[in-house]
Design a binder for this molecule. Structure first.
Ligand code: ATP
Length: 625
């Protein structure tokens, strides 16, 4: 019989499993039972919706058999089974989740991490077994197949007789070592405990033979032991249980068991609605972003059940895009089993459920923001962008829902604040909500353009995400206060007396400014004395809808059309550099050209924009040295 190699990634993971020092080895059983349950879901759904298949609820179960003599533990199910191709495809490679590829070598050395984070499913069997045998017959096939592997060397596959459809996974349990006791995975008591702990909510019976004792027939004091098949799990899905029967721990276990995420959810939401549409929902707000969250591969959606039967893995219509990070399940007895994806989209009941879910998520997030700020900030680090995309998308249609969930770094508070907090602190004479956009808080903090606003004692919100300014433009205003970039032409701050005195100076230097403007030609729209600069000689500001930050972001887009902001070069006439400019204007116009060019390039650098001709720039500096 031919031995086949595992694919490279699988081999590495297998090595990891075999040599695992992971302390919770017991989770292998949870993984296998969960796979069995998924497989039964598939056939159960088929049987319910296809009239040609006879249906008997009792036919669907999982059975655990421990055989101490042969050191085998079998997890047997009456699920959909696997064909030869499926055995190869599913068990010869790491589950097509991509999660593995994402982990880098360093993280991989730490087996704990990968098991804890992703639940590598089937492969975890190798933590406790020397050999794993899978015997499976898929629905509609005439014969079964046996897949067998003793670890990283590879696996074999061959046809085998099997009467019933389903899968048996037979683990040959490892011998005990000095540090590890593997015998326990053959102990009835221990196995029951593991099943209760991790798989109690599985909706199909998990059966096991348990040892009992009874009075011997005809005897009054002599007992005998006998075996009886028992269902170990309670089978009530967690979402059907009463909230006060459940602990936070139960919800967390369910989250992990379902592989919703490798983190701990910041919130579990349990809904039992008995209105026009009756349904139960269990929703989770994760604390960490999944590695693929901001990629095309990420698929949003909730598991959808009709009266306990899974009808869709990821029902996207239940979640708005801006809450796409939410995981969970919805189960309604009012939904038809045979509902198709297309019908579902227009289903009135589903729409009602979706609306209620959206409201609930918003309320919960608002509560966390209010009462558990640190937690919210952690959440926002990961998912804040998604909320801001939500404000921006669909022409701002959802801004009302989302605006109070936004937080931004504040120049004054030195921490994240809400728009509401900002507005409530605004001095009476302050007209606008000021913001500054840039790469990082540190960089924005040093932007010359912030000087005047800070000097006035006004708070500035720092925008460090690309989407921020676009989202704010969509928002336009908050509580009737418009947003204003500190780089915009008109800041709406009254010039103080000193500035008025300077108007004379400006008038006197009109020609100097027009000479400088000419030498920069159309690189800038205008050059003018700055009202906002205090300590810096120059800065750039912009006029119109498109800011310099937005220009930067758009220029990085693949279909960038070279759209430019209208730039204004502002000169600080109180800076000693201005005296140098004046004297060059009098005595040496060529030098003034050089200076103008230098100042313009300096302003670009401060903005984080590339200078157009670095060679010319450095040559100019040398010329002046
Ligand atoms: N008992 C089973 N019956 C039928 N198919 C199975 C069974 N066990 C595993 N499979 C198939 O093998 C695939 C791989 O299983 P594995 O546990 O490695 O990953 P997964 O379940 O897809 O992913 P995850 O464990 O992250 O949920 C499954 O997706 C399923 O198609």
């Amino acid at each position: 019989m031919e031995r086949k190699e595992f694919r490279a990634e699988s081999k590495r993971l297998l090595d990891l499993m075999v040599n695992s020092i992971y302390t919770h080895k017991e989770i292998f059983l949870r993984e296998l039972i969960s796979n069995s349950s998924d497989a039964i879901d598939k056939i159960y759904y088929k049987a319910l919706t296809d009239e040609s298949i006879s249906f008997n609820k009792d036919d669907y179960y999982i059975k655990i058999i421990a055989d101490k003599e042969n050191r085998t533990l079998t997890v047997s199910d009456t699920g959909i089974g696997m064909s030869k191709e499926e055995l190869e495809e599913n068990l010869g490679v790491i589950a097509n989740s991509g999660s593995f590829a994402f982990k880098n070598e360093n993280e991989l050395k730490d087996g704990f991490d990968i098991i804890g984070q992703f639940g590598v499913g089937f492969y975890s069997a190798f933590m406790v077994a020397d050999k794993v045998t899978v015997i499976s017959k898929t629905f509609g096939a005439n014969e079964g197949y046996k897949w067998e592997s003793e670890g990283a060397e590879g696996y074999t596959i061959e046809p085998i007789e099997k009467d019933t459809v389903g899968t048996d996974i037979i683990l040959t349990i490892k011998e005990n070592t000095e540090d590890e006791n593997y015998d326990e995975f053959l102990e009835e008591y221990r196995l029951r405990g593991i099943i209760k702990k991790y798989s109690d909510f599985i909706r199909y019976p998990i059966k096991m033979n348990v040892t009992k004792s009874r009075l011997k027939e005809g005897s009054e004091d002599e007992y005998e032991q006998y075996e009886e098949e028992q269902v170990i799990n309670s089978m009530v899905p967690i979402w059907r249980k009463n909230k006060n029967e459940l602990t936070e721990e139960d919800y967390k276990n369910f989250y992990t068991e379902k592989h919703f995420g490798f983190d701990e959810p910041i919130k579990s939401i349990h809904l039992s609605v008995d209105g026009v549409v009756r349904y139960n929902a269990l929703l989770f707000i994760p604390s960490q972003i999944p590695y693929d969250f901001y990629t095309k591969e990420y698929e949003k959606g909730l598991e959808l059940y009709s009266n306990g039967v899974l009808i869709m893995n990821k029902c996207a219509d239940l979640l708005p895009d801006y809450f796409s990070f939410v995981k969970g399940i919805v189960d309604s007895e009012d939904l038809s089993l045979n509902i198709s994806r297309e019908i579902l989209q227009h289903d009135r009941q589903l729409k009602l459920i979706a609306k209620k879910i959206e409201d609930k998520i918003k309320d919960e997030l608002t509560l966390i923001l209010k009462n558990e700020r640190e937690k919210y900030e952690e959440f926002f680090k990961g998912f804040g962008k998604q909320l801001k995309f939500g404000v921006y998308s669909d022409f701002g249609m959802h801004k009302e829902v989302l605006q109070d969930l936004l937080i931004f770094y504040s120049s004054k508070e030195k921490k994240m604040v809400t728009l509401e907090e900002y507005v409530s602190r605004m001095p009476e004479e302050q007209k606008y909500i000021y913001y500054a956009a840039g790469e990082s808080v540190e960089r924005i903090d040093r932007l010359p353009q912030t000087e005047l606003v800070k000097d006035k004692g006004y708070e500035i919100l720092y925008f460090t995400d690309d989407i921020d300014e676009f989202a704010i433009k969509m928002l336009m205003q908050y509580k009737e206060k418009e947003f204003k970039s500190v780089s915009s032409g008109d800041l709406g701050i009254e010039a103080d007396e000193k500035d008025k005195d300077n108007e004379k100076e400006i008038e006197e230097n009109k020609e100097l400014f027009s000479f400088m403007k000419e030498s920069l030609s159309d690189k800038i729209k205008e050059i003018k004395p700055s009202k906002r600069l205090k300590n810096y000689p120059v800065c750039l500001s912009s006029e119109g809808e498109l800011s310099i930050e937005m220009e930067k972001i758009l220029s990085q887009m693949p279909d960038n059309q070279g759209i430019k902001a209208d730039k204004i070069l502002e000169i600080n006439i109180h800076h000693h550099v201005f005296d140098t400019l004046k004297s060059a204007f009098e005595n040496d116009k060529d030098k003034l050209k050089l200076y103008t060019n230098l100042l313009y390039n300096q302003a670009l650098l401060i903005e984080g924009l590339p200078i157009e001709d670095p060679i010319e720039f450095t040559n100019n500096i040398c010329k002046l040295m």
